[in-house]
Design a protein around this ligand. Sequence first.
Ligand code: ZN
Length: 197
Amino acid sequence: MSAPAAAAFRVETATGLLIGVRQVLSPHFNARPPQTPPELIVVHGISLPPGQFGGPWIDRLFTGTLPWDEHPYCKQIEGLRASSHVVITRDGALTQYVPFGERAWHAGVSEYRTRTGCNDFSIGVELEGADETPYTDAQYGALTELIAALLNAYPSLAPEHIVGHSDVAPGRKSDPGPAFEWPRLRALLRARLQPQA
Ligand SMILES: [Zn+2]
């Protein structure tokens, strides 16, 4: 038996933080229900304003500091209190907003295999993107490494339990959209999780 490939990211389970990754603490979180470990990974797509990449607006949304009155698109989502555990920007860089042991506010009204309220038992990962715009190679690579680190840290997670926001909130949410290549992620994960010869 050989050891699996070294992880690019490591989760410190005592704190629920990703080591060596940009941290921006969001006030938008609360405790998971008792005895509720993360069992699901929810992949999202996000851009602010929609379809535009870069800029401080995702940070500002998740930290509750969007200038609602300055931009029409801010006005549209005024008062929205949202967060996600991690955002992966177009260049593949990660920012963590909520420790994995805590409950981030990313899924909203949602259901996974008859279990409602997915925020209780999931980890939310946002890819900076839009439904119809191809996600970047760097994002697929970073997402794969992040999922590998999460699977390593939390035995309650499993590669079979990774879904899109649209899967747990059908009709209400469309992200990460048709542009997200699920077969590509599955193939990358299979290769990544395979014990090395
Ligand atoms: Zn979403």
